[in-house]
Design a protein around this ligand. Sequence first.
Ligand code: ADP
Ligand code: MG
Length: 294
Amino acid sequence: ATPTALMVGTGRGAQLGILLKGPEVLESTRAVDTVVLDKTGTVTTGVMTLTGVHLADGEDRATALRLAGALEHASEHPIARAVATAAQEAASGALPAPRNFENVPGLGVRGEVDGHTVLVGRERLLADAGLTLPEPLAAAKRRAEEAGATAVAVAWDGAARAVLVIADAVKETSAEAVRRLRALGLTPVLLTGDNRAVAEAVAAEVGIDEVIAEVLPQDKVAVVERLRAEGRTVAMVGDGVNDAAALATADLGLAMGTGTDAAIEAGDLTLVRGDLRAAADAIRLARATLGTIR
Ligand code: ADP
Ligand code: MG
């Protein structure tokens, strides 16, 4: 393409809310055939709210929220924000500061609150500590997940004692964005660290058939590499610190402008308004800018 065409393409991108790292990015954008979409914060709003608390026999809601909320207060994760906010409201004020706080990426958090050892996260985090959810709580968790919500387990003093249900709405524009990507002949893939049932529910809601769930943050790169090894030209769209390495590994990395700085730095292109429809616009623009010229 001529420098003028690239300049025009770049300028038109800016009007559409698409920022390119450099004009050469249009070249990789045009070639994409597969678009991997992170779930939380990309396809969904990422603004989560606590919608339910399930307790083991004899436990009380205030204690569960206080212990989980105090721990999650130290985490930046959208799930953590939802839990900490609800806990602060319930306690009408300050929560104790946790000690020995530890974030376990893709699994959850652990630490000590008021002298209790507390874990909040996936069942795997609890299993690693030799703990399992009692059946009524496991059943509540399954029901929430089948409905498309995220559920996390809470353990303290050596037993799993609560399940917290957190709901995250699909963005209004996501289904239309997926339709537009498909209309361009692209295959959308949903990639998430979240549970398979939640992922399937979100995928069904927006019209995605290919779902890769329960992927640890460090393994998102391997998923992108595997798709590339299959001969696909892969765009990755993400927002989180968790997505940065995968954005850098993909043939084309698209960062949500509403996401973290780490994602924006790792991406080749930024969707300024965090509107997934701009991903389709970017590909259409690249094709229009370069397609007729070579
Ligand atoms: P995604 O890939 O959808 O952005 P993550 O990889 O960040 O999701 O997290 C995967 C899963 O790990 C979450 O669905 C949740 O079950 C658990 N998890 C991660 N961080 C936390 C946290 N701070 N508190 C509770 N659960 C967490
Ligand atoms: Mg995310």
